[in-house]
Design a protein around this ligand. Structure first.
Ligand SMILES: C[S@@+](CC[C@H](N)C(=O)[O-])C[C@H]1O[C@@H](n2cnc3c(N)ncnc32)[C@H](O)[C@@H]1O
Length: 305
């Protein structure tokens, strides 16, 4: 098992420090990273989209790049042009294939693949058979991560997302992927929701591109973490800035405390390009695969007063 790594990017992620290797852990040069492009048609898990998606255009910048959660585009859907804000997930998921088209095809997003690849590498290094994993996919969206987990060969995957449209899209587009899919806010799960998840006896938590912004607060991540037993796997990625010193989401301090207090032990960490912004700038995320060592007190996840 590799030693614990501090997830603070200032230790590894200075722009001058994006070297191919650090402390024995390879760091992919984020902007040159190549991944096999998955053809949706070749996916054994994904149903073909039933709508016709035409040209996508991005607003011309007036010099001020839109913040990541305000980005939008115009797209032709069945012949009509519509403006879509990226973080309006309900509207994105309701159009089959739109999420994949915008984020993967237009903006080069590869987070589901690369986080699951890193998890797969660590399982192999530890001699763990992927089929033994019972995974909680937190912020599961329309199932792209679940699909990658199934490709990795995990035994079962359960999705959780806060919006109905995510579950509906996953069931519509990838009906074979999830063993169960719960719509809930894990910040405050009801006893019934908690019991439903606990029955799955997870031994791994995976959360991709869902932490921070107005998305997932640290508390939802903490509740999910506590559903995993000691020795289980925790794999996630998070925007580089959110684990830096200037972070305002609360994730930086929360994750740092989890590592420094021995709640998780990172096994591997890599900087990667999550996707491009609409102006073509790389958006970097840090991905981490860790072993769970202890439950996390929920009050650590409270927003700073
Ligand atoms: C960018 S999408 C990522 C989806 C998927 N993980 C992927 O990588 O394709 C973020 C997802 O997190 C979900 N989400 C946001 N806040 C959440 C919360 N508190 N609990 C569960 N899911 C949440 C959103 O609804 C959205 O589907």
């Amino acid at each position: 098992m590799r030693g614990a790594l501090d997830p603070r990017p200032d230790k590894i992620l200075h722009s001058s420090d994006r070297s191919p290797s650090l402390g024995g852990i390879a760091i992919c040069p984020p902007d040159t990273q190549q991944h096999a492009s998955e053809s949706p048609a070749s996916s054994p898990f994904r149903r073909a989209a039933q709508v016709k998606l035409g040209a996508v255009t991005f607003p011309v910048s007036n010099g001020d790049a839109a913040s990541q959660d305000q980005e939008s585009c115009e797209v032709e859907i069945d012949g009509a042009r519509r403006r879509i804000r990226f973080h309006d997930y309900e509207r994105v998921y309701e159009v089959p294939g739109l999420y994949e088209r915008l984020f993967r095809d237009e903006l080069g997003a590869r987070s589901p693949e690369v986080v699951c690849e890193l998890l797969g590498e660590q399982l192999e290094a530890e001699g763990t058979d992927a089929s033994k994993l019972r995974v909680l996919d937190l912020g599961a969206g329309n199932g792209m991560v679940g699909e990658e987990l199934k490709r990795l060969g995990v035994g079962s995957v359960v999705g959780v997302d806060i919006i109905d449209g995510a579950r509906d899209a996953a069931q519509r587009d990838r009906p074979e992927v999830y063993d169960d899919y719960l719509v809930a806010d894990l910040s405050e799960p009801t006893p019934e929701e908690h019991a439903r998840l606990a029955r799955h006896e997870f031994n791994a938590l995976v959360t991709v591109a869902a932490l921070g912004f107005d998305d997932m607060p640290p508390r939802a991540f903490a509740v999910a973490h506590n559903l995993i037993p000691r020795g289980g796997w925790i794999a996630f990625n998070v925007k580089e800035e959110f684990v830096g010193d200037g972070d305002t989401t609360g994730f930086g301090a929360f994750l740092r405390r989890m590592v420094e207090s021995g709640v998780i032990e990172p096994q591997a960490r890599r900087l990667h390009r999550h996707r491009r912004s609409i102006t073509g700038e790389p958006l970097h995320y840090v991905m981490v695969v860790a072993t769970k060592l202890a439950d996390v007190p929920l009050d650590w996840a409270e927003p700073p007063k």
